[in-house]
Design a protein around this ligand. Structure first.
Ligand code: BES
Ligand code: ZN
Length: 459
């Protein structure tokens, strides 16, 4: 039986950076490690090729009357730079003060090993467990899962299941676990404002033409109003209202605005008018600038009118918003606001739908919710209460795992998401780490969920 912490260390050693074409070896190593663990646990394993990074599929088939759970995870990680800000090198895992440090330790290698470890232990104790399981571990989540949507359409049979189970979301602290009931969708675009043919002398030509940086800045500045709302016509049209039970859960979060501001290092918040910063993250859509550039960036000054300027933008979307419609509306808006004399080029990238699931027993729980999903939520509730000493909160998340909404759209399957990241885990940042106490208890919770579903029986 593999040791979860030692296995996680081995896993973190592979630099599986999906966006970096030079890390093919790291991607392959990470994939083979997962495939090997699944085989060792008795799964039938296949690596399904995609145009980019293969998807690892592990199956434990069984009687068709048994419940069937799909466990999702990703073996790819974000780039590790800037390297010099890491205390110890990102792909040399180190244990310090109950945490394992390394790129991907939390997102998503630790949580993935948590579930795999729970399954391996459970099947060793109960080799005849009446449960069908399919692991689907992809290598492109951090670049927007471009291969997963076509894979979904092509392998519908793998999704003839009761629900999807995963941990790729967060909780506020190691005592208070969140069962994630929503993910934001996303759509990313880059706009480029193009002026003169080449960079110009700002004395010789300044006063004659519109500067592309100025044009771009004015377009960008027009995209929010003074109340912190996104100033794009129709942006909020389809936003799902917040249910009373969701506000009640958020009220139990137990983090004060002062603590949150201190954690972020800011002295005030700027949430959409009428919403607290916590509500802004969990319930509302946004439009953010992720990068901006153009003109001279070197030391000192250089007197030019640049030929072009760019801005990278992402919109986070909430339940019921359609990313394709929002993408079109934002593009139409920036094009309409582009002043004469400037040409605008727009490129789109990572996009995917939001997702929301209502747990059993709420006023808005769908009447046709699958009994296996309801059993899984109940087992997760009990399991979290037992292992962490406090029942979970049910909250939507600010981050995105766009494929979860795609799975719902294409196959109708809902997801049970147990948040195992903590705010101190530094996802996507230097000194990423995973809390090993959370991992240990997470293994117990994952085991309780799978056992609960198996015991509740098939459809
Ligand atoms: N695991 C994260 C998403 C996440 C982070 C959820 C923190 C909850 C809390 C995931 O791997 C991720 O980073 N997703 C990207 C998606 C994008 C690349 C399309 C994101 O949210 O930026
Ligand atoms: Zn992730």
């Amino acid at each position: 039986m593999f040791d979860p912490v030692e296995t996680l260390k081995e896993f973190v050693r592979f630099p599986s950076v999906s966006t970096d074409p030079k890390q093919g070896e790291g991607m392959r190593g990470a994939r083979e490690l997962i495939a090997g663990l699944l085989r060792e646990t008795g799964f039938e394993v296949e690596e399904i090729a995609t145009p980019l990074h293969p998807i690892v599929v592990g199956r434990r088939d069984g009687d068709p009357s048994w419940p069937h759970v799909v466990i999702y995870g990703h073996y790819d990680v974000q780039p590790a730079d800037p390297y010099d800000l890491w205390t110890t090198p990102p792909f040399e895992p180190r244990e310090r003060e109950g945490r394992l440090y390394g790129r991907g330790a939390a997102d998503n290698k630790g949580p993935l090993i948590t579930h795999l470890s729970a399954v391996a232990r459970l099947l060793r104790e109960r080799p005849d467990l009446p449960l069908r399981l399919t692991f689907l571990i992809e290598g492109e989540e951090e670049i927007g899962s471009p291969s997963f949507a076509p894979f979904l359409e092509k392998h519908r049979d793998l999704f003839e299941a009761d629900f999807v189970f995963l941990s790729d979301t967060g909780s506020p602290n190691p005592e208070q676990i969140v069962i994630t009931t929503g993910l934001r969708g996303i759509t990313c675009l880059e706009i480029e404002a193009v002026g003169p043919r080449f960079d110009l002398h700002s004395g010789v030509h300044g006063g004659a033409i519109l500067n592309p940086i100025q044009a771009l800045a004015e377009i960008c500045a027009s995209l929010h109003d003074a109340d912190g709302r996104v100033n794009v016509p129709g942006f909020y049209d389809d936003v799902c209202p917040v249910a009373d039970w969701e506000r009640e859960e958020l009220a139990k979060l137990g983090v004060s605005e002062v603590e949150y501001a201190r954690f972020l290092g800011v002295d005030r918040f700027h949430a959409e008018s009428g919403f607290s910063p916590f509500e802004g993250v969990r319930f509302r859509p946004t439009l953010e600038f992720n990068g901006i550039g153009g003109g001279y960036q070197g030391e000192g000054s250089k007197t030019v009118i640049p030929s072009r300027a760019f801005a990278k933008i992402s919109c986070r979307l909430v339940a019921d918003q359609d990313w394709e419609r929002i993408q079109r509306t934002v593009i139409d808006t920036v094009e309409r606001r582009c002043p004469p004399g400037i040409k605008l080029n727009v490129k789109t990238s990572h996009s995917g739908p939001p997702y929301r699931v209502v747990p059993p027993g709420r006023p808005d729980t769908p009447s046709d919710q699958s009994p296996a999903l309801a059993a899984a939520f109940a087992a997760a509730h009990e399991g979290v209460a037992r292992s962490f000493g406090r029942p979970p909160l049910y909250l939507r998340e600010g981050g995105s795992v766009p494929i979860i909404g795609d799975i719902k759209r294409v196959t109708g399957l809902d997801s049970l998401m147990i948040g195992l990241f903590l705010p101190e885990d530094n996802l996507h940042a230097p000194d990423e780490s995973f809390h090993l106490g959370v991992m240990k208890k997470g293994i117990e919770v994952s085991r309780s969920v799978l056992l609960g579903v198996a015991d509740a029986g098939g459809r």
